[in-house]
Design a protein around this ligand. Structure first.
Ligand code: NAD
Length: 455
């Protein structure tokens, strides 16, 4: 399997993909190692994760370089990702004792009722490439803290990072065999679905997630899915600083080249502030430095996957054919690397692909609306349900709108944001189950109810 640098199109590594027999051998090792790991006290497991966290800090520059070389994101955004992953781990380590220890429900002389949170066993984590540290940490850290062993299949576009994670977890003190990496693409993922894991935790597209859910159903083990989105954002007419709103929301749409599950993917703007919003938005987009992701100051690097260039071209073509207006960008950048101009389309409508299908790239459609009711109707019009955002001076106005949209997350005057303390969950085609928060810490456990009566 070749690893290609998307900014240079050069092969930077060649790796051996896993085979059916290597995967089965890894599962056997994981099963044996898990029993011992589960017996290790929670305090010891937390210590190991804290050491891993420290190692990420020590090795940050090198790891950011590896990440940028295989996914094409600007180096500073790779550093930001590592910092973000560290702060999530710190939250998990701080709260693990509270949420993973036995819970006393009744504690009288004659009767005790206790809930214990037992590890599931060996879990399979099939993961995405857009934030391999962040989406990885959401799953394998709480899984390890809870006493599980983990088979981690990084995306084929983030294999080098997957191997770095394995190396550093071992260096941090994870016992041999408790964490294993499976290398490969779809075929490797399919093999894992035939195997005997105690839980499947997937981050990726709706299409793959739906397939995994169907394949895993017969096993009767937990299957959690964190999938895509078509996240809407509404700018109401009472915002105080339209320039700040335009700048912040442009970042929400284009950070990481738009390759974020919770990137802003559709913008609706009240007609009273529309012109000034568009002016500031386009000005902001035109100010960004585009180019080689290893150069400091670059905001738009290379897209990770070559295929996405065609998807973006298709969405733009469809939009223009249906009457949209191109205000910036619109095409791939000629030369080495999978580069695409940051693209702003106006005059869009919800029947265009760019307003319905996940773009996962540097492209946004902005639509003028006459009032909150129209904004709400359009925002709700999606098969996805990850996040929605409202910019307004009034929290009541925002809550009135957000409470009627079926998403796992609602944002008031912010967007494209994840918190370790809040559940990260999608509804409808955006997923099932949650990571992060107390829910995410317990997502890798099964409860046992203890009824303890003195004889
Ligand atoms: P993808 O579905 O193409 O691949 C995800 C993983 O599944 C990869 O490891 C891939 O090798 C594997 N895979 C592919 N086909 C498989 C199959 N048939 N059986 C088993 N495994 C298979 O997704 P991607 O391109 O890696 O990631 C982008 C998608 O992930 C976007 O839709 C994005 O919104 C979503 N995402 C969601 C979240 C979230 O938290 N909700 C976070 C990050 C990314």
């Amino acid at each position: 399997m070749n690893v290609i640098n998307p900014a240079t199109e050069e092969i930077i590594a060649t790796l051996q993909e896993d085979t059916e027999s290597s995967l089965h051998a890894k599962l056997e090792i994981l099963k044996n190692a898990q029993l011992q790991w589960a017996k290790t006290g929670l305090a010891e497991r937390i210590k190991v994760i804290q050491q891993f966290d420290d190692l990420l800090e020590v090795e940050k520059e090198r790891l950011a370089g590896v990440l940028t070389s295989e996914v094409g994101k600007p180096l500073q955004q790779a550093r930001n990702e590592l910092n973000g992953a560290r702060s999530r781990m710190q939250w998990m380590c701080t709260h693990a004792v509270k949420y993973l220890s036995d819970e006393q429900i009744i504690n009288s002389v004659d009767l005790k009722e206790v809930i214990s949170y037992d590890p599931l066993g060996v879990i399979c984590n099939i993961s995405a490439w857009n934030y391999p540290y962040l989406v990885g940490v959401n799953v394998f850290i709480p899984a390890l803290l809870a006493g599980n062993a983990v088979l981690y299949k990084p995306s084929e576009y983030a294999s080098l990072t997957g191997l770095e994670i394995e190396k550093l977890l071992k260096k941090a003190g994870i016992p041999d065999g408790v964490f294993q990496v499976a290398l490969g693409a779809r075929e490797t993922g399919e093999l894992l679905l035939d195997m005997d894991f105690d839980g499947y935790y997937f981050t990726g597209s709706y299409r793959t997630g739906q397939r995994i859910y169907q394949r895993v159903a017969a096993k009767m083990v937990p299957c959690q899915l964190e999938l895509g989105g078509k996240d809407p954002l509404y700018v109401a007419d009472d915002v105080k600083d339209i320039e700040a709103v335009a700048t912040g929301t442009a970042d929400g749409a284009f950070y990481n080249n738009g390759q974020s599950c919770c990137a802003v993917e559709r913008i609706y703007v009240h007609e009273k502030v529309y012109d000034s919003y568009i002016y500031s938005f386009v000005k902001e987009v035109k100010s960004w430095k585009i180019g080689t992701p290893t150069e400091e100051g670059i905001y738009i690097g290379a897209l990770t996957r070559k295929e996405q260039l065609e998807v973006l071209e298709g969405q733009i073509k469809d939009a223009l054919a249906k009457g949209a207006v191109l205000l910036n960008g619109g095409k791939r950048i000629i030369g080495k690397g999978y580069n695409f101009e940051p693209t702003v389309l106006t005059g869009v409508s919800n029947d265009m692909k760019v307003m319905q299908e996940e773009s996962f790239g540097p492209i946004i459609g902005i639509m003028k609306v006459k009032d909150d009711a129209e904004a709400l109707r359009l925002m709700k019009d999606s098969v996805y349900g990850l996040t929605a955002s409202v910019y307004t001076d009034s929290i009541d106005r925002a809550k009135e709108i957000l409470s009627q949209i079926d998403t796992g997350t609602g944002y008031w005057n912010c967007c494209d944001r994840v918190s370790a303390g809040l559940p990260w969950s999608g509804r409808k085609h955006s997923g099932i189950g949650a990571t992060l928060s107390h829910q995410g810490l317990r997502a890798f456990t099964k409860t046992k109810s203890w009824h303890l009566r003195k004889g």
